[in-house]
Design a protein around this ligand. Structure first.
Ligand code: SF4
Ligand code: SF4
Length: 595
């Protein structure tokens, strides 16, 4: 049977077919759909969104050591969080196959940086698969589990955003049931302290060497040499698909595994070709590997080190390299799409909070989550965004630096509940030590009960991790138990009352914590009647427009010279924030009668 799947769904399918049993992840684009698919479609598999990526890897390590085939998925930056247990796990033997899916994001469509996790995998002595479409994603997930068990090492399947989200036809096969082999209690295998660790370093190296021998003749790497061209292109994954769209008459070595490489195969091939050109996105990983092994090749001097490498850029690079003549290929013009700023949803509970902060003219240390959108127009309020959970630690560092410079500047940090539990909590505990009681610090915890930016996965506050267990954490109890005393809750949809509290806390000398309490508009749609503008009362001051709610726009009404506000009723979710900021009471609930 065949089905059209996207890359993420195909990975989930591959894990299911391979007899996968345990999976864990922290939600992050572009890989979030893998675990969601496992939760929604495959009852045979335990799947969880863990508290952060490190914990997800720890869950996976436990399952693998117990002998279950295991999958752990995360976005590229999540692998940084998970590196500590991962680096030790790559030393130990494997019982159940362990595959780590890394969602790399060339072009940073939804990430704070662009990092090439092939390099992290090599650093950790892991094998790396590089699928180019959904069918390959499924096949390679299964193959990765098999290699993991055969060679006794964790394997990375490195996806990129476009492979995760693009669809192709996938051949479905039946599930193969696998037994859980059980835990080997050999202390020298899993007790990772010296002297056991020294032996493990050599074993780790030997595993990669054995795998390299296997890779030399594996059909997972494929030579297409029909053209007998002077130039051999070495490429992998999506770059192969983009190259093939150009229909060029060039021989290609298409790699399925990019670490370790089939070095001897490529060395032999080099003798047949005048030039070897490597086409790869982001870092010159394959190119450097070849050069390290003394194989002369070219690559990054013709192609960008950053962003996505689409067919046009590949053609341009190959023309620049003199490997093809101009006009050798016809590139189909991309359809023009409308460029829009990302913005908060209608009825988003973050909107009134940032409106209040903007009115206070404060600088804000931001964090990762939907609320990072406040860095954009019209708020342009969040001044820093570095990494998950960093805002609280940064606030302390900034306040210490200002104190040393004998500068007083109120500091405000914002963080969502998911991010707080992920890695903000440790920064929070760190705030307790050497905190100047007179320094004006305000922390706003935007508790909306969900990991909203990735589609609404649970947080520790949303009440459950699986359908079967209740894990609701009371944020206030948790923070007070850490030792923080000044803690206020506000309902930000009671705009004036919330503004009064936040205004006061922003002036408080010392640390104050304010938690907002409205749920994400996407998860818990407000079912209140929509709001309407009375153009006879509206004075066109645009205060409502500044809340940046998508349904609100200015329009010309018949009989009025000036533009007045208007609300698109099909988009309005009735949160009432615009009505509360209107200075003249021109906005009312439609339940009071159409205007
Ligand atoms: S009531 Fe106003 S702020 Fe709330 S969703 Fe409707 S238009 Fe937006
Ligand atoms: S805030 Fe009130 S008066 Fe000002 S533009 Fe909006 S509806 Fe009109």
């Amino acid at each position: 049977m065949k089905k059209v799947l996207n890359g993420n769904e195909a990975v989930a399918r591959g894990f299911y077919e391979a007899g996968g049993l345990v999976s864990a992840s922290y939600p992050g684009s572009p890989t979030v759909e893998i675990i969601q698919t496992l939760i929604d479609e495959y009852d045979e598999i335990y799947a969880e969104f863990s508290i952060n990526e490190k914990v997800a890897v720890e869950v996976g390590i436990g399952a693998s050591i117990a002998g279950a085939r295991t999958l752990v998925a995360m976005k590229h930056v999540g692998v940084n969080v998970a590196m500590d247990p991962l680096m030790t796990f790559t030393q130990t033997p494997i019982n159940g196959g362990f595959v780590l899916i890394s969602g790399d994001d060339p072009g940073m469509s939804s990430s704070q940086n662009e990092q090439d996790n092939r390099i992290l995998a090599k650093f950790a002595h892991m094998c790396v698969f590089d699928p180019g479409d959904a069918m390959e994603a499924k096949v390679m997930t299964k193959e990765a589990l098999s290699i993991s068990e055969t060679f006794g090492l964790p394997v990375m399947v490195r996806m990129t955003s476009r492979v995760c989200h693009s669809r192709s036809i996938v051949e479905l096969e039946d599930r193969v049931d696998r037994v859980v082999s059980g835990f080997s209690k050999k202390i020298e295998d899993y007790g990772m302290i010296p002297p056991h660790t020294f032996k493990k370093q050599y074993e780790m190296k030997n595993r990669i060497a054995k795998l390299q021998d296997f890779i030399e003749s594996s059909p997972i790497n494929r030579l297409e040499d029909d053209y007998r061209s002077d130039v051999l292109i070495v490429t992998s994954g999506l770059m192969y698909q983009n190259l093939k769209e150009l229909n060029l008459k060039l021989d290609v070595l298409k790699l399925g595994v990019v670490y370790p490489l089939p070095i001897e195969q490529i060395r032999a091939l080099k003798k047949r070709y005048a030039r070897v050109i490597v086409i790869e996105e982001m870092m010159p990983f394959i190119e450097d590997e070849l050069k390290i092994h003394g194989i002369a090749c070219e690559g990054k001097e013709f192609f960008s080190f950053t962003g996505e490498l689409m067919s046009e850029a590949i053609l341009k690079g190959l023309e620049g390299a003199g490997a093809v003549e101009a006009n050798d290929a016809e590139v189909i013009e991309a359809t023009e799409t409308v460029n829009r700023f990302s913005m908060f949803c209608a009825g988003c509970p973050h909107r009134p909070v940032f409106d209040i902060l903007k009115k206070n003219k404060v600088s804000v240390i931001g964090d990762i989550g939907c609320y990072s959108l406040a860095v954009l127009e019209p708020f342009e309020l969040v001044n820093t965004i570095i990494s998950m959970g960093a805002s609280i630690g940064m606030m302390k560092g900034m306040s210490k630096a200002y104190q040393m410079a004998e500068r007083q500047e109120p500091l405000v940090a914002v963080i969502g509940d998911g991010t707080f539990y992920h890695s903000g909590m440790t920064g929070m505990l760190n705030l307790l030590h050497q905190l100047d009681p007179d320094y004006n610090l305000t922390l706003l915890i935007l508790n909306n009960g969900t990991t909203a930016m990735t589609g609404g996965q649970q947080t520790a506050s949303s009440g459950y991790y699986t359908d079967k267990s209740d894990m609701k954490v009371d944020m206030e109890t948790l923070i007070r138990s850490m030792g923080f005393e000044r803690f206020k809750r506000v309902d930000q949809f009671e705009y004036k009352a919330a503004k009064k509290v936040i205004d006061e806390e922003l002036k408080y000398e010392g640390l104050s914590i304010v938690m907002t309490t409205r749920a994400c508009a996407l998860q818990y749609k407000i079912v209140k009647p929509h709001y309407v503008v009375d153009p006879d009362i509206c004075i066109g001051c645009r205060s409502c427009l500044k809340t940046n709610c998508p349904p609100i726009l200015m329009k010309a009404y018949e009989g009025h010279d000036k533009l007045k506000s208007s609300i698109a009723k099909e988009m309005c979710v009735g949160c009432s924030v615009c009505a509360q900021v209107c200075p003249v009471g021109a906005i009312k609930s439609s339940s009071a009668g159409e205007v």
